[in-house]
Design a protein around this ligand. Structure first.
Ligand SMILES: C[S@@+](CC[C@H](N)C(=O)[O-])C[C@H]1O[C@@H](n2cnc3c(N)ncnc32)[C@H](O)[C@@H]1O
Length: 207
């Protein structure tokens, strides 16, 4: 994979620092998929990988979860740390692509809109799964592959997109798959609301 290719995937810190600098307004509400899925769970230890500005990590903390959150961007983490009640979350500055969580350590692992390059995906999904304790849950969402009904602007980089099946296939051990598929989402853009679609996985580790 070329250096340029890596940049297209936004692997490096400078890319994400710039992205977060250009998006100064904090998203106030948690992602709907996370909020709805997590509402059904008993709070315990949670990990948010690629937490960005920390909205979802902070939301989980207010719901009683003990949260660790990881992001590659210092700009994003500085913003997260400046939020009310930010001291309730353990923030880790690391590249979620290569950072490996401890094994069997969490009751919930969350990863949202983390588009890891194809070659690195299996080991990335595997690592997320192995961080989850027996009975714990993986909540994963990302932009779904291009398809009909999507009216939001997205990068035309085929390698960026993947299905829920690709995630589920990479999970080691036994899982109860609660949700694996696509879900419509309204994206609020500068030009108004647009239709988007997400790859979503809600899976519980049962063995
Ligand atoms: C689009 S943001 C999403 C943040 C948050 N999870 C959310 O849903 O709002 C993706 C974050 O994950 C990390 N990230 C995404 N793709 C990455 C990649 N290919 N390599 C490294 N980090 C990546 C970056 O740190 C970035 O802040």
């Amino acid at each position: 994979m070329s250096h340029h290719h890596h940049h297209a995937h936004g692997q490096d810190e400078a890319f994400w620092d710039q992205m977060w600098s250009q998006r100064p307004r904090r998203r106030e509400e948690p992602h709907e998929f996370l909020a709805e899925s997590a509402a059904a769970l008993i709070p315990g230890a949670a990990l948010d990988v690629g937490c960005g500005e920390g909205t979802d990590a902070l939301w989980l903390a207010t719901r009683g979860w003990t949260v660790t959150a990881v992001d590659v961007s210092k700009v994003a983490l500085d913003r997260a740390r400046s939020a009310d009640r930010a001291q309730r979350v353990t923030w880790i500055h690391a590249n979620p692509n290569s950072w490996r969580p401890p094994l069997d350590a969490y009751d919930l692992v969350v990863a949202q809109f983390l588009h890891v390059p194809p070659g690195e995906r299996p080991s990335f999904f595997d690592a997320l799964a192995r961080a989850i304790r027996l009975g714990g849950t993986l909540l994963f969402s990302a932009h779904a592959p291009p398809g009909s009904g999507i009216t939001v602007d997205r990068p035309a980089i085929a390698d960026l997109y993947f299905s829920a099946d690709e995630v589920v296939r990479a999970l080691p051990g036994c899982w109860e798959v609660v949700i694996a598929g696509e879900q419509a989402r309204v994206a609020h853009t500068h030009d108004g609301p647009r239709q988007d679609r997400d790859t979503v996985v809600n899976a519980r580790r049962i063995g």
